[in-house]
Each structure stands twice: as structure tokens, then as C-alpha cells.
Design a protein around this ligand. Structure first.
Ligand code: ZN
Length: 389
């Protein structure tokens, strides 16, 4: 694989890592395997085959980007995995090291973890009591085992289960975790909105299990967001190579097309934003004028009192109409009286009733840019600023 291909090797679509159950909770070199080492191992298992047909040629940067971990963690994990013999490394291949996982079979049972779960920042709601925050909100990607637990529940659902019934202790046993850790992970998943608990387990020793479902809608949104980011990154990388003159003719044509497309999209977006800005200014102008007159009128105490009374009477009249109160007629008469007072005050202030409402420049779209009745873009956009239709 040459340098150029390596640089362009940013996945366009979001990928995944396959985590075999048997890798989880294993001891390596006399201690429990760290979660990040589990991820790195799973990635090498997913990308290589034991007979040597496929090797994992990911660079440190690729592994970091895909798993959402830092360089040091990758180095430590690889060191650990090599020390315990799970992974072998072949450096002869050129710029990228080649890794192989020693597991003889590629059909170990396990869960598929989409990589965006490990890299996309999720907002995890905190906990509030009496209005004060006990646990603050956090924004972070999922921890490796949180992602594994979520994907385990998802896997059951994809196999046709409507809900996934389990208890913290069962999950703890299955994934070699502490019960309190599982409970913490489940809480984080619930608070991230990715997991729903349709029934909370009760009874001693988890006699009645909790039931969970996965929020597929949110997963879809996250996947799309990641795919879009990847696409942008890929475009930028290609653009850099394009300007550095490092592409073949075919690649050059494709890059030029992509750059043109992206520029066109950006231009269209800019034009839309500019149009929206123009209409917002026109609306503001009309609203400012109405507010100006309203402020003058409200400086008059009698007007203010009448205005307030009318507002109050409107509510009382609506109530009286609903419950057929006898006071209805009196309320209506009072409202007429207040309206008259208000009109007199307005006349004294030399303000017309229309002045209190925005006078839109365009009657067809009320300065929104879209015709009120049809929703189609209005043709008043071509009018000069402040011009009226
Ligand atoms: Zn219009």
C-alpha cells in the first residue's frame, strides 16, 4: 500500500469493530485486560485472518481515529497484546506495520460495535435534585464496555427479540464486570438517550428482570453525522493532495469534481443564508416600526390601563362563554367600553390602530420569503431592500 492510498484511507461510511465474547474479561500478563486493549485486539481480529490472507495494516492514527483513544493508549495496548502473544507484528511491510491476531477461527461469537459509538460525543444528562445538580451533564463518547453492552442488547433485538430482559448481576457475570460498574454504565446509557428501560427490575437478587430497548432512531442520527464528517475529511484530504499535485489523472478528475461540487453546495448554502438575512431585516424593520408606536402609546397611563383591562376581559369572556355564566353580557359591555377608551387615547396620541401592527413590505409572504397560502418561495426577493409590493 503506497503512501497516497494510506492517506486516502479514511472510511467514507462508518465502520465497526467486532468484539468476540471470549476476548472480554480475559487476563493478560497476570491482570485483567484493559478495555482499550480489548478494543485494539478486537480491531486486529476483525481486520486480519490467522492464515495470513488478510492483515491489519492500520496506522496508529487510524486506530486512534476509529476507536477514539490516544496514541499512548494504542502503543500500550499493542505492547500488552504482543507480550501475551495474542497479536503478532510484522514490520517488514513498509510504512505501515502489519498486525495479525492469532485466533484460529474468524467465527467467534461476539458483538458488532459501530465505531461511531466510540468516537461521537454524546450528551449524557446529569442528575438534579431539588433544582440543584447532583451529577453535572457531561459530553463524551461511550466507554468501550458501555458500547459493548448497548450492542449486546441491540443484537438481541436484531435477532427478533422485542425487549432485552436482564439484570445488572447477569450483565456483570457475562462481561466480567463489577455489578456497581454495570449499574453505572446502564445509568449512563439511559441518560444518553440511547437506551430505554421499559420495565425496571424488582425483587431480591434480580428475580424480576429489567427490560431494555435500544433507541435505533438516535443511533441512525449518530451514524449519519459520522458518515458526513468522514466524507468531509476525505474530501479535505483529497483536496490537499490535489493541490500538492500528488494524484493520478483519474484521481485528479474525481477530486476536481468533488471540489467543484462542494464549492457549489457551499455557495448555495451561502445564498440561502443571505436571502434569509435579507428577509429577517425586512421583518425587523416592520416590527420595529410597530413597536415604536406601541411604546409611545404605552407611555400613556389611561391607554395602558385600558389595554390591560381588555386583555383580562378577553379571558373572562372566553371562560364565561364556555361555562355559560350570566355575567357574560356585562363583561362584553365592559369590553366595549374599554375599547372606546383605548381608541380615544390612541386618537389623542395621533396614533392609528394600524400603526401598532407591523406593516409588511410584501403582503404575499409577510416578509417571510414564502407565500403564506402556497408556501412557495415569494418573488419579492428581487425587489430592492425596503421596497414594497
Ligand atoms: Zn414576498
Amino acid at each position: 500500500m503506497n503512501e497516497r492510498a494510506v492517506q486516502l484511507n479514511i472510511p467514507e461510511e462508518s465502520g465497526w469493530v467486532y468484539v468476540p465474547y471470549s476476548f472480554i474479561g480475559e487476563e493478560v500478563c497476570g491482570r485483567k485486560k484493559p478495555q482499550t486493549a480489548l478494543l485494539v485486539e478486537s480491531m486486529m481480529y476483525s481486520f486480519s485472518s490467522a492464515d495470513g490472507g488478510r492483515v491489519c495494516r492500520q496506522s496508529y492514527a487510524d486506530i486512534c481515529a476509529r476507536l477514539g483513544v490516544c496514541n499512548d493508549t494504542v502503543a500500550r495496548s499493542i505492547h500488552l497484546l504482543k507480550a501475551c502473544g495474542a497479536v503478532t507484528q510484522d514490520k517488514r511491510g513498509g510504512i505501515c506495520a502489519e498486525y495479525r491476531h492469532k485466533a484460529p477461527s474468524r467465527d467467534l461469537n461476539g458483538v458488532e460495535v459501530p465505531d461511531f459509538l466510540l468516537t461521537e460525543a454524546l450528551s449524557i444528562r446529569g442528575r438534579k435534585r431539588d433544582g440543584a445538580s447532583v451529577v453535572p451533564d457531561t459530553v463524551r463518547p461511550l466507554r468501550p464496555m458501555e458500547a459493548v453492552i448497548l450492542c449486546e442488547i441491540r443484537r438481541a433485538q436484531q435477532n427478533g427479540a422485542k425487549e432485552y430482559a436482564t439484570s445488572d448481576s447477569r450483565l456483570a457475570k457475562r462481561f466480567s464486570l463489577n455489578k456497581s460498574t454495570v449499574s453505572e454504565y446502564i445509568t449512563a446509557l439511559l441518560r444518553s438517550g440511547l437506551l430505554f428501560r421499559t420495565q425496571e427490575g424488582r425483587g431480591c437478587n434480580g428475580r424480576y428482570l429489567s427490560k431494555y430497548t435500544v433507541n435505533e432512531k438516535l443511533l441512525r442520527v449518530l451514524r449519519k453525522r459520522k458518515a458526513r464528517e468522514n466524507k468531509q475529511k476525505q474530501g479535505k484530504a483529497r483536496e490537499a493532495l490535489f493541490s500538492a499535485g500528488k494524484l493520478t489523472d483519474d484521481e485528479r478528475a474525481r477530486a476536481a469534481r468533488e471540489i467543484a461540487e462542494r464549492n457549489a453546495q457551499a455557495a448555495a448554502l451561502d445564498a440561502r443564508a443571505e436571502r434569509e438575512r435579507r428577509y429577517a431585516m425586512r421583518r425587523r424593520e416592520a416590527e420595529d416600526r410597530a413597536e415604536h408606536y406601541l411604546r409611545i402609546a404605552e407611555r400613556d397611563e389611561a391607554f395602558r390601563a385600558a389595554q390591560k383591562a381588555i386583555g383580562r376581559l378577553d379571558i373572562q369572556i372566553a371562560r364565561a362563554e364556555v361555562s355559560r355564566l350570566p355575567a357574560l353580557e356585562a363583561l362584553k359591555a365592559e369590553r366595549v367600553k374599554q375599547c372606546a377608551v383605548r381608541a380615544v387615547r390612541l386618537a389623542a396620541l395621533h396614533i392609528r390602530e394600524e400603526d401598532l401592527h407591523p406593516v409588511w413590505h410584501c403582503q404575499k409572504c409577510n416578509d417571510t420569503g414564502f407565500e403564506i397560502h402556497t408556501g412557495r418561495p415569494c418573488d419579492c426577493d428581487s425587489l430592492p431592500e425596503g421596497g414594497s409590493a
